[in-house]
Design a protein around this ligand. Structure first.
Ligand SMILES: *[C@@H]1O[C@H](CO)[C@@H](O)[C@H](O)[C@H]1NC(C)=O
Ligand SMILES: *[C@@H]1O[C@H](CO)[C@@H](O)[C@H](O)[C@H]1NC(C)=O
Ligand SMILES: *[C@@H]1O[C@H](CO)[C@@H](O)[C@H](O)[C@H]1NC(C)=O
Ligand SMILES: *[C@@H]1O[C@H](CO)[C@@H](O)[C@H](O)[C@H]1NC(C)=O
Ligand SMILES: *[C@@H]1O[C@H](CO)[C@@H](O)[C@H](O)[C@H]1NC(C)=O
Ligand SMILES: *[C@@H]1O[C@H](CO)[C@@H](O)[C@H](O)[C@H]1NC(C)=O
Length: 341
């Protein structure tokens, strides 16, 4: 079982620690026997649920924070043009194969069950950035809600050793705070201290395998490409991603019985943007104005879009296309297989 730092090294991320020598023997991660993915995050990760807030969640919202066992167990993943923030399946759906087909899917009917508590528009905590809406569930609250209402029910149906917990967050935080007058490296460190207090809470429920995803090159959104003063800028993204790598390594050091994988989405997405043709993409500079129109799949030319949506990198001003999510999930799946012992 290679240590975390080896993966970080492969990913090209500097890190502070190696796997401590003489640490107790632990069970390695195994993707093939992973049957459950529990996800937290924002619009990049959320899926629509029949008991969710439309366009925002699989289940509940801030005003409908409490849910019962029946509601969770009967909830179904919706797949259609408006059920994700990318006009089609997103990375957790491609990774698990759960909820890919049009219509409704119960997580229980999937070979790899997807239990997705991400909420679109989420930041880490209201302590640092305001809610996007009064019904937004921050990451900290996603974990509180899961701990209070989700875990007591799910623990009867899924097994922690066969579960991977996936967290992709920070996309809204870095945008919302980009113009703050703060010492950014210290600010990002504080954000991540708060994030990992929530991770600690999940750890306390018996989960031992974790996947963290770093920030995309958000300094290269269509809007940011069009300005000489992007926000966030590349330096800010790098600071945040460094802080995430350090906190992930520290979490692993503090809990040597965990498997921790940091997925360098930033490198993968930068590679796609730099060599789009290799990935069947022609447009990295802009998004198609008619991206949310019901007839966009075939009628894109009438919205002044020279190519179909799947040949675009950006779905809209801040989201990746479903095609890019598919590529990302494919690379990640390869890493998870390699990571398995
Ligand atoms: C969800 O988004 C769709 C498409 O943009 C919109 O028509 C619908 O009104 C939205 N629903 C809610 C509850 O905001
Ligand atoms: C997607 O499915 C939801 C739930 O069944 C439905 O409310 C919504 O109108 C559908 N949207 C499209 C574009 O079919
Ligand atoms: C949330 O905001 C909406 C729109 O501003 C408002 O109508 C609603 O009363 C608010 N709900 C709560 C619980 O604050
Ligand atoms: C990005 O923004 C930060 C904070 O304002 C600033 O310190 C840094 O120099 C900027 N980097 C670039 C490349 O503009
Ligand atoms: C390290 O782990 C202990 C025991 O689980 C926990 O109480 C503490 O908060 C952790 N510290 C950090 C920095 O994660
Ligand atoms: C990229 O998309 C924009 C907006 O749809 C369009 O104007 C532009 O021509 C496209 N560029 C390429 C190379 O397809």
């Amino acid at each position: 079982m290679p240590a975390l730092w080896q993966y970080l090294a492969i990913a090209g991320i500097r890190t502070v620690s190696a796997f401590p020598p003489g640490s107790p023997q632990k069970k390695g991660f195994d993707w093939d026997s992973t049957r459950y993915l529990i996800a937290f995050g924002d619009s990049y990760t959320y899926v629509q649920g029949t008991h969710g807030h439309q366009n925002y969640s699989f289940i509940g919202d801030l005003q409908n924070f409490e849910y019962d066992a029946e509601t969770l167990l009967a909830d179904k993943i919706v797949q259609n043009q408006t059920a994700t923030a990318e006009g089609g399946p997103n990375w957790v759906e491609y990774l698990t194969g759960c909820g890919l087909k049009e219509g409704l899917t119960s997580p229980f009917d999937c070979e790899r069950q997807l239990w997705d508590f991400a909420f679109a528009g989420s930041d880490i905590s209201v302590a640092y950035t305001p809610l996007h809406h009064n019904y937004t569930v921050s990451l900290v609250n996603q974990v509180t809600q899961f701990t209070t209402y989700g875990q007591p029910v799910l623990s009867q149906h899924i097994s922690a050793p066969q579960t991977l917990v996936a967290i992709w967050i920070g996309i809204n935080d870095i945008g919302d705070s980009a113009k703050y007058a703060v010492d950014f490296p210290a600010f990002y460190d504080t954000l991540l201290t708060t994030l990992f207090a929530s991770v600690q809470e999940i750890y306390g429920q018996g989960y031992r395998s974790y996947l963290f995803v770093n920030l995309p090159p958000l300094d290269r959104t269509p809007g940011n490409q069009a300005t000489s003063q992007p926000y966030p800028n590349a330096t800010q993204i790098a600071w945040y991603n460094d802080a995430l790598a350090q906190h992930a390594a520290a979490f692993h050091r503090n809990h040597t019985d965990t498997n921790v994988h940091l997925f360098d989405a930033h490198s993968v997405l930068s590679e796609i943007m730099d060599h789009p043709a290799k990935y069947g993409i022609v447009n990295t500079t802009n998004f198609c104005a008619g991206y949310d129109q019901p007839d966009i799949a075939w009628n894109y030319r009438s919205y002044s879009c020279p190519t179909p949506l799947e040949e675009y990198f950006w779905f809209n001003s801040g989201h990746l296309t479903s095609h890019v999510h598919k590529i990302l999930a494919g690379v990640l799946k390869g890493e998870l297989k390699k990571w398995s012992t």
